[in-house]
Design a protein around this ligand. Sequence first.
Ligand code: MN
Length: 234
Amino acid sequence: MRSFRIKNLFSLLCAVLIFTLLPLNFIKAETPTEGPFKLPPLPYSYDALEPYIDTQTMQIHHDKHHAAYVDNLNKALSKYPNLTDKSLEYILANLDVLPVDIKEAVRNNGGGHYNHSLFWTIMGKNKGGEPKGKLKEDITKTFGSFENFKKEFKTAALGQFGSGWAWLIKDKYGKLMIVTTPNQDSPIMMGISPIMGLDVWEHAYYLKYQNKRGDYIDNWWNVVNWDEIEKRYK
Ligand code: MN
């Protein structure tokens, strides 16, 4: 009788333990994965770029899209702990030597994390206008005028078929250049740190501008943070 009770008590304890731990596992699966990379907070409020970029787009773009890139990058790297102490720039500039089973995931999600982290910082509330100083000088020298630079940048951004980015970079000879990349590819994958970049994925503008990518680009100039871009240029 006594041993029967102990056995029952033991089964009961086991059942309690299992039912307590099970839901914990489910909760854990929904929280972001642990890993070396973290989602940086937006440097301004979600509505700071209104009316040019709407609040809901910023919420979904930062909290869902960018968060997913960070999460999936951490998941891919978790298989290779020797990579987790490397900087994102280093990893992206050395995709060729990554293990083949994570190369695509790191390219897409690492690129996404790098590109969006940059994108948030080169926009801001009550920004726009024109660059000043050396950047203005070099833009005028390279593209004829600031107006013409904007025109060429828009043409490139419109011409990127499907999802991708338009960039202003300094090439290896120190000359300013406008380039585009598909998907989440980034100049950093060629070892070039971009000065400025525009996200032309539909998720960046579809809610407000639908299919009108050109209107999104025209309005984007109103939120461009030239002070920050000037800093990156130096
Ligand atoms: Mn995006």
